[in-house]
Design a binder for this molecule. Sequence first.
Ligand code: G3P
Ligand code: MG
Length: 233
Amino acid sequence: MSQPLLISHRGARGLAPENTLRALEAGILAGAPWLEFDVQRHPSGELFLLHDLTLDRSTNGQGLPAELSWEALRALDAGLGERLPTLDEALDLIDQRAGVNIELKTWDGTAAAVAAKLRERVAAGWPLEKLLVSSFHLPELFEFHQLAPEIPVGALLCGVPLDWAACASELQAASLNLSSEFVDARLVADAKSRGLAVYVYTVNDPEEYLRLAALGVDGVFTDYPDRLRPLAV
Ligand code: G3P
Ligand code: MG
């Protein structure tokens, strides 16, 4: 049995400022076969990488991204002089060297914009098996799936639904992406019986990684791919 896949979280937020090009490169250099990052849509239509819905924690800006012009947003420092990358810049940098899990953080047009962008990349040769689009906002993810049914999606949960993994089946998802706080053996079993892969966030402790491996999960999101890599063989 193979060990759970390593998905480097927010680029590799333990190794570099989260969701920056530097963090994506750090994840690849640490040997992670997959990278996760968060994407938002600015009112200008641009897609960019950022986790929080405000700028305060991870940049030298303040308030909502929508309150700034696109140019002002791009002038912010996201740590160590890094800029908030566009989705295109992130994909250009990765250049198929790792699988890409794009998490949709905003709604109202984000799914459509990301679907259009990814369909261009797929048409240009990016393999479908190296893409996964996820969201906690399941209606937005459903819209993405309708617009680009060929691109795999992962349903994100932070809890245990009354009907277990049924929402992921309804979405025709490839995976169920679960919080480590709520990994429940019955939920994992239900996901498996539906043919879903199970990925768990966020796992930085080697012992927790081994516990989840024993539970049969298929992958983990980690801030430190360098720490877990020796176990992931
Ligand atoms: O996609 C897994 C994980 O990134 C979800 O949580 O808050 O880190 O985006 P968050
Ligand atoms: Mg995320």
